[in-house]
Design a protein around this ligand. Structure first.
Ligand code: ADP
Ligand code: ZN
Ligand code: ZN
Length: 741
């Protein structure tokens, strides 16, 4: 420090608040104050921004601003109806903003309940307090039951909201009015501070005796000392992973800790929520997911942050919930791609959860029957620890038998093979339920020869070219190589080449023709659009009002249908031909999950998969339900091809009204990237696999690096350079660890 300067602690000099605003600009915005204290960090404030008033969050205090202080605006108001964000969450958000290269303000507001954007986040409630004139309850005549009740309730709690008081008696409203007129009560408004509903101390059912594998897993997680490392709980469907979660949670609750449970899509796993609620009747279990309204969401968030909620069960967004006593994080179905947000802040909730667990140094358990290859790879390199559940927990529930139907010689006219039809008929006659699963994910179509199995390859990569019918071109979505559509198969000369992909929606009709008396129910995104539709449909299945279920991946997840014994899977080959290197991994996971629906109870299940490639190693691993050998084989392929997890990827996405504009922007971006000296491979700009969406043309540029650190360093520089580009009418974003492209 230079001599002659008076040493003043920074704290007392802080005159600037640095505020995060919900706008797509990088950085924080400075506001002046007389004195900024560290205590103010995390508080909500109202500020003016341009001509608007906006809600912001104070993230930092500072002694100086780069702007002249006279130019700075003051804070208009502190909005303290919500508590300040704790340091831990701010740390998590800082991590996200850096890792995903997303503006801090947008990151902060993505992570918060919608209501935080409003000046008044918590709605005001009317309530009552007793005045000095109010009598004691004992002074009231014994007949005045309602009044006694009202007065003693108010006596006990001070202020009580009107709704609660009205619930005390049907005539409470009349008495409140009269008592107010008599001067006993005064009405006032307060922000609703949520409090947990009282829980009934229902007798808990006896706990099942843990299997040896379950007990080992629980013990390992609770009692392995050492440095932080996430756990992978690899357990086949029905092996009792949930029971392991419940035991771990019970241990934490006993110690007064909170538990965060992340699930892919809560609508699809309602059973999990009720299992937690039933197991812990004395504790508040709250959920956080998109079908809650804003007020409910805020309420549950508040319960979590105040420590009142012991268990928070939620979808990806719940990973940002403040929980002061957090002691354990569970991520169920950790491989599920819905943990990755596909717009704005493109975070992966599982990865953010791992960061959060590390930050707090608490255990995190990732559970799956088919972990993401990235996660599996981490167990192989020792970064994550592996626990296995290899047998079904219920003794009599055998694993389903899985077989392929070779549709090269066993093909029906309408996509249903005779073998599958016979099996369906038998099952129907036996009065059991069947599920026909169609894999309908939008895999990009690949040009294929039906004669010899040739698939148009990319000469520059290990991937296949994607058919763009409209432009009559083939394109590699990985490197950008382009060619004309072949007129004949280069291997066998067959001129009947066709894009392979997409399945059919007419299946339901075909089934109805084959089985006119069967009760058939189709469950997919379209048929379940209406609120509660899915719930009602699932109930119908449970109530045995359905013989044959037809559905997409919605049906693959955690449902436990006791009478379901036969599963047929159609239209799966597209994934094996796909240009997306993750398609096989997804198919395997999906088929394992679908197979897990069959034979959950005492009756054994059968799974029949229609395919033209019955000898594909994926099906062989599937027949043995052998995730590990499938994963090892996949990792070898990935390593040879230099794909993740053996490299790290980022994608620059751009969209514009005209595809030239988007591509031009990416070309400029590539030029800028070339100027940055880093061991990063930069591919060519290409149109996105869904090149046109909602009238916008989309294109992308892929980057790849062996070192995550190198990629991150590169992205920081590049992001800054891109922000300085004049990108007129281009929307662009960086996607770190992209999953779908
Ligand atoms: P997963 O989550 O791995 O698919 P679940 O936890 O849902 O498996 O368990 C499958 C079935 O086995 C459930 O009906 C569950 O109640 C039962 N179950 C789990 N653990 C045990 C156990 N130790 N003893 C008896 N039944 C168990
Ligand atoms: Zn051919
Ligand atoms: Zn290529």
């Amino acid at each position: 420090m230079k001599s002659g300067f008076l040493e003043i602690p920074f704290e007392s000099m802080s005159l600037i608040f640095k505020v995060a605003l919900d706008i797509p600009l990088p950085g924080l915005f400075d506001y002046r104050t007389e004195s900024a204290s560290q205590q103010d960090i995390g508080r909500r404030v109202l500020v003016s921004f341009g001509r608007r008033k906006m809600v912001g969050i104070i993230l930092e205090t500072a002694p100086f601003s780069d702007l002249p202080i006279a130019k700075l605006q003051p804070i208009l108001q502190f909005l303290d109806d919500t508590p300040p964000l704790p340091r831990e969450i701010l740390g998590l958000l800082h991590f996200c903003t850096h890792y995903y290269h997303h503006p801090i303000g947008a990151t902060v507001f993505t992570a918060l309940p919608q209501r935080f954007r409003q000046e008044q986040a918590c709605p005001l409630q009317t309530g009552y307090t007793l005045t000095d004139e109010a009598p004691d309850p004992e002074q009231l005549p014994t007949r005045a039951l309602v009044r006694r009740k009202l007065v003693s309730t108010l006596n006990q709690h001070g202020w009580v909201d009107k709704k609660t008081l009205l619930a005390l008696s049907p005539s409470a409203g009349k008495h409140l009015r009269e008592m107010t007129e008599a001067g006993w009560l005064s009405a006032s408004q307060k922000t609703a501070s949520p409090c947990c509903p009282p829980t009934s101390p229902a007798p808990s059912p006896p706990l099942p005796q843990l299997t040896g594998e379950q007990a080992d897993a629980v013990n390992a997680i609770l009692h392995t000392p050492g440095i932080f490392a996430p756990w992978l709980l690899l357990g086949i469907t029905g092996s009792g992973k949930t029971e392991v979660y419940l035991r771990l949670a019970a241990h934490m609750l006993e110690q007064g800790r909170q538990v965060l449970v992340l699930v892919p899509e809560i609508n699809l796993t309602p059973q999990l929520e009720s299992r937690f609620k039933m197991r812990f009747p004395g504790f508040a279990v709250v959920s956080l997911h998109s079908s809650l309204n804003d007020a409910e969401r805020l309420q549950n968030w508040m319960l979590a942050q105040s420590g009142q909620a012991s268990i928070v069960l939620g979808t990806r967004l719940a990973v940002f919930t403040p929980m002061p006593d957090l002691g354990l994080i569970l991520v169920d179905e950790e491989h599920d791609s819905s943990f990755k947000q596909q717009d704005g802040l493109r975070y992966h909730a599982r990865d953010v959860a791992v960061f959060r667990a590390r930050q707090r140094d608490i255990p995190i358990v990732l559970g799956s029957a088919t972990p993401a290859l990235e996660t599996w790879h981490n167990t192989q390199t020792g970064r994550y620890r592996l626990l296995r559940l290899t047998r079904r927990a219920v003794a009599e529930a055998a694993l389903p038998s899985i077989n392929c139907i070779d549709t090269r010689n066993d093909r029906g006219g309408d996509g249903l093979s005779p073998t599958l039809l016979t099996a369906l008929k038998k099952n129907l006659e036996a009065g059991r339920q069947s599920l026909v699963f169609i894999n309908r994910r939008g895999y990009a179509p690949v040009l294929a020869c039906g004669q010899c199995g040739w698939l148009a390859p990319c000469p520059r990569c290990t991937s296949h070219l994607v058919v763009h019918l409209k432009q009559k071109r083939l394109r590699c979505h990985h490197c950008g190589h382009e060619s004309r559509i072949h007129t004949a198969c280069p291997d066998c000369g067959n001129i009947d080449l066709a894009p392979l992909g997409q399945g059919t929606q007419r299946l339901e009709e075909h089934l109805a023709e084959h089985f006119p008396s069967a009760r058939i129910l189709r469950i997919d995104r379209d048929s379940t659009r209406r609120k509660h539709a899915l719930k009602e449909m699932l109930q119908a299945v449970h109530d045995e009002q359905v013989d044959i279920l037809v559905g997409t991946q919605i049906l693959a997840k955690g449902h436990d249908f006791k009478r379901l014994t036969l599963v047929g899977a159609l239209n799966v080959d597209g994934a094996l031909y796909s240009a997306d290197f993750r398609a096989a991994e997804r198919l395997f996971a999906q088929l394992m999950q679908v197979a897990g629906r069959a034979g959950r109870a005492a009756e054994p299940g059968t799974v029949l998969i229609q395919t033209k490639l019955p000898n594909h190693p994926l099906f062989e691993a599937l027949r043995r339900q052998d995730y590990e050998s499938f994963a090892s084989a996949q990792l070898i392929e990935r390593k040879q091809a230099g794909f993740p997890p053996f490299c790290h990827q980022a994608l620059l996405r751009a969209e514009a009204t005209y595809s030239d504009a988007a591509l031009n922007f990416l070309r400029q971006a590539k030029k800028l990237a070339r100027e940055i000296d880093a061991p990063v491979t930069i591919y060519d700009p290409v149109p996105a696999s869904m090149a046109r969406l909602a009238g916008r043309e989309r294109a992308q540029l892929l980057l790849q690096a062996e070192s995550r650190r190198a990629l991150q360093g590169f992205l920081s520089h590049w992001n800054a350079a891109l922000s300085a580009l004049k990108a007129h009418q281009i929307r662009w974003s960086i996607d770190v660890d992209p999953l779908d492209f």
